[in-house]
Write a new protein. Structure first.
Length: 299
């Protein structure tokens, strides 16, 4: 299985967006091949138990006992058979296994703009021995200038590599202000939507650290360990003049909670009750009048 997945990721790495030569926003190609560059191996298995690796080549995070959060662009119809996820392990293809039995993409996600790059995955059985990650719920949870941000995932250390890392990787990044990131991508005609996206990188512009091929859909965490974003897209990996772009969770927190209530086999107790089906009194069947002659002759 490892060989086939590596082959898939290697092929997808050829689709990295080349924004220096085109103005098309190849979000799907760029983000599906994202991995960590300039990071380090996670040593403590208990550091990120909520992290899950999806065999399509994307990271995910456990946000409820039977619900995972990942990126919408990780939904590849031609790979619908790839439904296995591996949870709570710092080793690739290890840990608790579950099957993905349902997927819910954000209704306003588009591959062209990359906005609202969110998808929820329903598992075939709950994970009861792992605490789900906390999610940003309001704009007050969003990153600010000077804040350090952590991204985790199974990724190679160089752009364009097709091999996943055998050990979970993490990298510490800076929050990049919107005006800076917007200028970087604005030069090549790629807008950054501040309401639904934010950027990470190295604030001095040297590059060298980033998410890259294979980390798409993985968690972006603030200093308190709250998940504030989902790895989404970017131009290459760890380039000095292009930051990584992440989907902003606070902008869709209410939508996420609604999907959990609808998808989970055991919804949270604070979910609203589903609307009751109104009782319709059976209507008596109308009988066709019997004529005198039908009654006499029994017709």
């Amino acid at each position: 299985m490892n060989t086939s997945i590596n082959a898939i990721i290697a092929a997808s790495s050829l689709l990295l967006i080349l924004v220096s030569t085109t103005t098309t926003h190849f979000v799907e190609a760029a983000a599906t091949t994202t991995r960590i560059v300039g990071g380090e191996s996670v040593q403590d298995p208990a550091s990120y138990p909520f992290f899950a690796f999806w065999e399509v080549g994307c990271g995910t995070s456990l946000i409820y006992e039977d619900i995972l959060l990942t990126a919408a662009h990780c939904h590849q119809p031609q790979m619908y058979f790839a439904d296995t996820v591996f949870i709570d392990s710092i080793s690739a293809y290890q840990g608790t296994q579950r099957r993905v039995v349902d997927r819910r993409l954000h209704p306003e996600y588009t591959t062209f703009s990359g906005k609202n790059d969110f998808m929820l995955l329903k598992l075939d059985a709950p994970i009861t021995d792992v605490k789900p990650v906390s999610l940003a719920s309001t704009p007050s949870d969003d990153p600010t200038t000077g804040e350090k941000i952590t991204v985790v995932g199974f990724g190679a250390q160089v752009e364009g590599s097709g091999d996943i890392a055998p050990v979970l990787q993490k990298v510490t990044l800076d929050f990049i202000p919107h005006i800076t990131c917007s200028f970087q991508y604005g030069r090549v005609g790629l807008p950054i939507d501040e309401e639904s996206e934010f950027c990470t990188g190295i604030v001095n512009g040297d590059g060298g650290k980033d998410s890259c091929q294979g980390d798409s859909g993985g968690p972006v965490l603030n200093e308190e360990g709250t998940q504030i974003g989902v790895v989404s897209w970017g131009n290459g990996c760890a380039r000095a003049d292009f930051s990584g772009v992440n989907a902003r969770i606070s902008s869709v927190h209410d939508w996420i909670q609604t999907q959990i209530c609808e998808l989970s086999a055991n919804p949270p107790i604070d979910c609203p009750e589903p609307p009751a089906t109104p009782y319709l009194r059976p209507q008596p069947q109308q009988q066709t009048p019997v004529s005198f002659w039908d009654w006499i002759f029994g017709f």
